[in-house]
Design a protein around this ligand. Structure first.
Ligand code: GSH
Length: 82
């Protein structure tokens, strides 16, 4: 069945590999079989990419994870995402 999705899905998880909060959302997405694209936000490089204006436009809380949906909504806080 072709739903128009590419293999990575239409949701984007803003994540960091050392983030336990982001890790739990990756586990949940994989358990639910929801394909997602990952956008890496390095929390220490260059003073922390979470402080960049581009990411603050996604999540004013300046935290990962954040999950951007295909309808333009962005879910914040790992438990709410789950
Ligand atoms: N309660 C939040 C916690 C999110 C959080 O604190 N994430 C950390 C990484 S585990 C973060 O982005 N820290 C960035 C910073 O402290 O500048 C959740 O569960 O999503």
């Amino acid at each position: 069945m072709d739903c128009g999705n590419d293999e990575r899905g239409n949701v984007k998880l803003y994540s960091y590999f050392r983030s336990s909060a982001a890790y739990r959302t990756r586990i949940a997405l994989n358990l639910k079989g929801i394909a997602f694209e990952t956008a890496s936000i390095h929390l220490t490089r260059n003073g922390g990419e979470q402080h960049a204006p581009e990411f603050q436009a996604v999540n004013p809380q300046k935290r990962v994870p954040a999950l951007a949906l295909d309808n333009g909504e962005v879910l914040l806080q790992s438990l709410a995402i789950m």
